[in-house]
Design a protein around this ligand. Sequence first.
Ligand code: SF4
Length: 425
Amino acid sequence: MRIGEKFCPGILHAVPAKDGMLIRIRVPGGLLAASQMKAVARISTEFANGEIEITSRSNLQLRAITDRNLPAIVEMLSSAGLLPSRQHDRVRNIVTSPLAGLDPEEMIDTRPLVRELDRRLILDPVFAELHPKFSFGIDGGGQTFIREWSDLSLEALPSLSEFQLYLGGASTGISISTGQSVACLLEAAKLCISLAKQVGVPIRGKALISVPEMMTTVVRELSRFGTASIRSQERAAALQTPIGVLPSIHANQANIVPLIPLGRLTSMQAQRISELINDCEGDLRLAPWRGIVLGAVPRYFVATITAQLDAVGLSLNANDGFHGIAACAGLSGCDASLADVRGDAALLAQSLAGRAAAPGWTVNISGCEKQCAMRRGAIVELVADTVGYSLRLNGEATVSHLSPHGAINAVLSAHSNYISGVVAS
Ligand code: SF4
């Protein structure tokens, strides 16, 4: 297991993994051009293992790279516009709804804010000091933004074109106008850097708010950006990962959300997606549920696109078994893994296939206690240790020492109970 900043990858910070060097490509807001997806697909085919991983911060990862190919990869990614600042290679983690500007229920279109935040982040060298996992979240409202805790986040307040500011998942109680939002985030990030240095904690939101009186200091320093918030309760994170054809803000368009099994695309699938987006002049997004959205697809093109996606193995069927399952890199990609988690996840998906889709059903399978792929609010957690899997339901430990077969049966039983609960409620 490798823990710490040093082992957090970037494009210029390839880190060794079991299967070779690993790089992570920041994609602020998950706003990826079709040509960029095509470039990444080509790199994966030529220099990596032919797969592309989507992360929970809407970034991309490539694996199984050899050292000698790194310079060519850096060159190709730079040419594709995916490395706009070498200094800020690892600090452009900005998460927003992959349906921003497309979701009929959103309150604020966050795309201009994401772009502005990214533009100003890379203008200032001080932000290169942010922890490589430090993330900004901008939630413009709507139903389908699934997110983990961000270090600094803004959540749209109903009806006011304003946001509430959060640090490490905790409300600061400050509401901020849309016009002040980027300036406030940048100032807050600078404050995080200086305060974390002062008190000797990592530059992370949760680490900072664990320090007594820190929140009071932060609120005092940032209060000039806004007013006391009208809402102190956090909006519950949506648990349901969307899938299928979703309505768009424009009646003659739709948004297509295929299932990406365990958050990995093959390079062939990625290449096809980029072609389809080009063909329909749509809008490609990476999603924080480790998926993608083909947005703004003309209605008359939807049937063609869904058939083409199906032809390359990307289903829109919520009952295909993989829906809701996440797994870490596992045996093939991580030295620390104590089980073939991805193989076991695929077996579990086979067993679940055809069963009724359950709203909010989420399973996390991890090769060790570090739980890299863990999502907040997962219903089921399977965590491998030296003697088998341990099962946790809603965060509570239940049984341990399970064989892969026993673990799958236990999850199937949990699924039946979950479905019964959903039906009964
Ligand atoms: S959770 Fe998985 S990827 Fe993370 S350290 Fe453990 S085995 Fe490796």
